[in-house]
Design a protein around this ligand. Structure first.
Ligand code: F6P
Length: 356
């Protein structure tokens, strides 16, 4: 059975052979990231049996209530990755400051940024969650990084990926040569290449947005969603479907496999917060994956991967998915910069037509 399948290690070794100067550090790092994800998958799967559900009783740097599993997943990422000598430093959603590798371990040439358990509000209701990671080169290999060393734009990522803890556990990653999906074989404890070269459909009839924020949306997003909702008789001439899992990894995975568009746009709720999601360990890795799968990722105005970060935990508007839809949403942002958009008014008589 194994003979027919490519394991994650085999995939990484075959990729490495294309670069004779490679040391093997990168493959070793990904294996350790994979190990952290396998350990998290086991905790998530055991759920209430392992006593890991519920709040941890603290808040993270974002001011969000930490779940017990957020804390456990963060520790698992650190423990799996700090010892190997591949990393100069790590930064996590759950830690205010970057993690300093303990003095007893060597410093390497990569930086690892991660959200150890994304969508953690889904844990207690047994819905899919995930881990997201981004790997950068350390500007000064072999020594502890300065905080500003992490602040590199997404185009500099050497690898981006996520693990999804759903009905099956999958690791999806890109090293800049397409997007590849590996499914965890729980008996073997190995990630097996099941979805090589994932390509996102360029067009879609499905969108994802938290509609409870509609009153805060900017005109371009309002117009896009209104047009989708009008369906076949409206300007798009086709019916749309809507999905919102409220777990970025799960929404991203669906869009990768069957197309769609995800929007967590900038809105008018809090002018101090340009969006909800974090640039360095959410938007950047998801954007690299989206682009590598043939899709696009934007703030509405700018390509996500070109944004120059100013803070480790900075937030950003994120719109990504099928190429044609993202291009349309960008065009609406250009059309409506400074121009108002009036939401179409539905006539009461139309709303109740079917009941007459
Ligand atoms: O990172 C935070 C996160 O949980 C994402 O995984 C998800 O896409 C989003 O927040 C959901 O936000 P909301 O609760 O506003 O729908």
């Amino acid at each position: 059975m194994l003979a027919d399948h490519t394991t994650l290690s085999q995939f990484l070794i075959e990729e490495r052979r294309r670069f004779p100067e490679a040391t093997g550090d990168f493959s070793a790092l990904i294996i350790d990231v994979g190990l952290a994800c396998k350990a998290i998958a086991r905790r998530v799967a055991n759920g209430a049996l392992a006593g890991v559900l519920g709040a941890a009783g603290a808040t993270n740097v974002q001011g969000e209530a930490q779940q017990k599993l957020d804390v456990i997943a963060n520790e698992l990422f650190i423990k799996a990755n700090e010892w190997g000598g591949q990393l100069a430093g790590m930064a996590s959603e759950e830690m205010d400051m970057p993690w300093t590798i303990p003095p007893r371990y060597p410093r390497g040439k990569y930086l690892l940024l991660f959200d150890p358990l994304d969508g953690s509000s889904n844990i207690d209701v047994n819905a899919p969650v995930g881990s997201i990671f981004s790997i950068l080169r350390a500007p000064n290999p072999g020594v502890d990084p300065r905080p500003e060393d992490f602040l590199q734009p997404g185009v500099k990522q050497v690898c981006a990926g996520y693990a999804i803890y759903g009905p099956s556990t999958m690791l999806v990653l890109t090293v800049g040569t397409g997007v590849h999906g590996f499914t965890l074989d729980p008996q073997l404890g190995e990630f097996i290449l099941t979805n090589p070269r994932i390509k996102m459909p360029p067009t879609t009839q499905e969108f994802a947005i938290n509609a409870s924020n509609a009153r805060f949306w900017e005109p371009a997003v309002k117009r896009y969603v209104d047009e989708c909702l009008q369906g076949k008789p409206g300007p798009r001439g086709k019916d749309f479907n809507m999905r919102w899992i409220a777990s970025l990894v799960a929404d991203c995975h669906r869009i990768l496999i069957r197309g769609g568009v995800f929007m967590y746009p900038r809105d008018t709720r809090d002018p101090g917060k340009p969006g909800k999601l974090r640039l360095m360990y959410e938007a950047n890795p998801i954007a690299m994956i989206a682009e590598q799968a043939g899709g696009l990722a934007t703030t509405g105005q700018d390509r996500i991967l070109d944004v120059k970060p100013s803070k480790l935990h900075q937030r950003i508007a994120l719109i990504f998915g099928s190429r044609e839809e993202v291009e349309r949403i960008e065009a609406y942002h250009r059309d409506h910069s400074g121009r108002k958009y009036e939401t179409p008014k539905f006539k009461t008589s139309e709303l109740f037509q079917s009941a007459e």
